[in-house]
Design a protein around this ligand. Structure first.
Ligand code: ATP
Ligand code: MG
Length: 263
């Protein structure tokens, strides 16, 4: 079934196109119903941020690229929403940084993990961890199906990129001593606050930029990358992201808001 076409000048066009991709992912069996709701929470923060990559998000993206490049065993954790929205870019990021790709679902079913792995392979992935028996290790202190991980992937990773992660899991990964990079539009979520590096941006904008930065920084030496990481302050990034929302709302709240559609 095709949705009605979105007019090219529609003010919410980009956002509606992203929604369609997610709904399409749902129909393909990649996205869970809960994933559709989670996306709505993200959209709301995107609206407040002005739907663009902010300067603090840029800094976090550069730090994230550095962290992935210096890591010994980097892993990209992929859920249904991420697979539906940026499959090609995830594969590219894995190529550029040498990170493994692992399927990791909050609402795990064999069908969905296989559908996601197939989808990623269709987009060029050569290996996808975390499917079926491969997800045989467990993360301590976690009770959802998300505690199941690959013994070749997240279990032994030193750095994990978690686009759209849940708070409990982020905290559990940190407790295991891993460097966690999150992409989360909500600067107040537990994920955002517990990660080492938080990219407060939409995955559809952040992942392509992350690929670009990683490609650009690939030639830098390990010492230079580590120096960049030492200078990075995640608390400042979260504060600034919140301040951008605050200032924007302050500006808007003293401007004229009513629209007269008659012109
Ligand atoms: P937490 O568990 O970290 O406290 P939460 O329970 O509020 O967060 P979840 O439902 O666990 O939220 O995860 C959804 C998160 O993903 C939300 O914080 C939402 O802002 C974020 N999110 C959803 N869609 C996107 C997107 N396209 N890009 C970036 N972030 C997104
Ligand atoms: Mg949560």
């Amino acid at each position: 079934m095709m949705a009605a076409p979105i007019p090219p000048n529609h003010p919410r066009r980009e956002s509606l196109l992203v929604r369609e991709r997610l709904v399409e992912g749902f129909r393909r069996g990649l996205v869970a119903v809960e994933g559709l709701i989670a996306h709505g929470r993200g959209e709301c923060f995107d609206y407040l941020l002005g739907e663009e990559t902010t300067p603090p998000a840029r800094r976090a993206i550069r730090a994230a690229a550095a962290a992935l490049l210096v890591a010994e065993k980097p892993v990209i954790s992929v859920n249904g929403n991420t697979a539906a929205l940026v499959p090609r870019e995830i594969v590219e990021l894995s190529r550029v940084t040498g990170a493994a790709i692992e399927v990791n679902l909050f609402y795990r079913t064999r069908e969905r993990e296989e559908a996601i792995a197939r989808w990623l392979r269709m987009h060029g992935a050569s290996e996808v961890l975390g499917v079926g028996e491969d997800a045989s290790a467990t993360i301590p202190e976690l009770f959802s199906e998300r505690r199941r991980v690959s013994p070749r992937g997240i279990l032994v990773a030193d750095t994990v990129l978690v686009p759209l992660e849940d708070g409990d899991r982020t905290e559990a990964l940190r407790a295991m001593g891993k460097t966690v990079i999150a992409i989360d539009l909500n600067p107040l979520s537990r994920t955002a606050r517990a990660a080492n590096i938080t990219i407060v941006d939409n995955v559809v904008r952040a992942v392509p930029l992350l690929v670009e930065e990683a490609r650009r920084m690939r030639g830098l030496g390990k010492r230079r990358l580590e120096e960049m990481l030492r200078g990075y302050d995640n608390n400042a990034v979260l504060q600034e992201s919140l301040r951008i929302i605050l200032e924007r709302l302050r500006r808007l709240s003293s401007s004229r808001l009513v629209i007269d559609p008659r012109g």
